[in-house]
Design a protein around this ligand. Sequence first.
Ligand SMILES: Cc1cc2nc3c(=O)[nH]c(=O)nc-3n(C[C@H](O)[C@H](O)[C@H](O)COP(=O)(O)O)c2cc1C
Ligand code: SF4
Length: 396
Amino acid sequence: MMPNYATIHSDETVPFWRKVGEKVHEYDCKFILQLSHSGRQQDIAGIENSGKKALSSTSQTEPFHGSLCQAMTLAEIKETIQYFADGARRVREAGLDGIELHSANGYLFNQFLSSGINDRQDEYGGSLENRARFLLDVIRAIRKEVGNDFHLQFKISAVDYNNAVTFWEKPGNTIEDSIQICKWAEEAGADGVHVSTGSLFPHPLNPIGDFNFDVISKTYDTMLSSGVETTRNYIIFRKSFLHPLFNIFWNRVKKQLPPQAFSGDDVKDPKIKKLLEENQGRNLLDAKEIKKHVNIPVLCTGGLQQASYIRQAINDKYCDGVTMARTLIANNDLVKSFQAGKDLADKPCTYCNKCLLNVTENPLGCYEQDRFNSYEEMMKEVMSVFHPTQFEHSSK
Ligand SMILES: Cc1cc2nc3c(=O)[nH]c(=O)nc-3n(C[C@H](O)[C@H](O)[C@H](O)COP(=O)(O)O)c2cc1C
Ligand code: SF4
């Protein structure tokens, strides 16, 4: 949860989202809004949560950022279920095309689902059935609120790898656990599943790629100031002699993964070829496993940016569709260039994660200078999110 992220927490926000939706529809696109609750994974203490403990499935401090939290009472769980249903109703009222529940990557739903995080003794903890109850209750509550004819999908971490960085934690859910959760979610009324990985954000496998110390030592100070692991993280991020040690942990799970499922069309540049082999489609094997057991469409996230690769993933039934985040930040026109017959952008995303590590303080954009001719050109592109400014509008 970040102060500069847009929310749909009250009826007053509906006109704003209606306007955004209308703009998106002008381009003949659908707009699915993601409903998310960070739970103990509060990225930054904002004015609304400053000084308050985050609500979670557990009272165990989030181990990476050090955010304090408190296990939700049954009354708080019921209240939160209704908040999600209300949010979904507003999405429908705003004329948008559907909802995604963010039940992956260490956010609140994942804190309930995960055997590595959820340590409750009541009906929302313990067995897989109990851990899945919160997500399933929300799906059912949304269906009650918006009916069956409104698109509802959920994002799931197929495997938690909960001990990827903080190796003293429990590993968390397996692919078998997630398959069962997906089957129950389908029964409860979900229309689609979006396959991700990891019970933390950022996680070595999502978004897969580098952990850039130069950027994080400059931008994560707001984040460090909100947790109780400030000293540990400050030392790790600022002391360069510790970076190789941190990298061993960061890259540990990547090394345990099986090789890439398949490769796309040949790429001449050896550096880009290696980047694609290491990062593209790393969740596809999990997506395929889930797809074998559900009847709803399966989407897959993770490093996808080569047309031939995406085509094969869909044709060979690894998934029914793919999603892209950084690869569209790097090349906003990627889909159009695929349509025009290009297999890969001239300057592909390098999975450096500088966009992600900047977003806590700076505008969303690509900060990989190697992709631009100069620093000035990169900054012009990053700052273009502010154009046209209100002033430019009013001067017309
Ligand atoms: C700047 C940034 C912000 C993100 N925010 C979200 C988010 O709000 N919800 C979400 O489900 N995933 C979020 N992600 C993860 C992406 O949706 C995606 O799963 C991940 O980056 C891997 O896909 P990619 O290789 O196409 O970037 C974010 C990623 C980035 C880089
Ligand atoms: S900064 Fe640019 S190249 Fe690096 S991961 Fe983000 S979009 Fe890709």
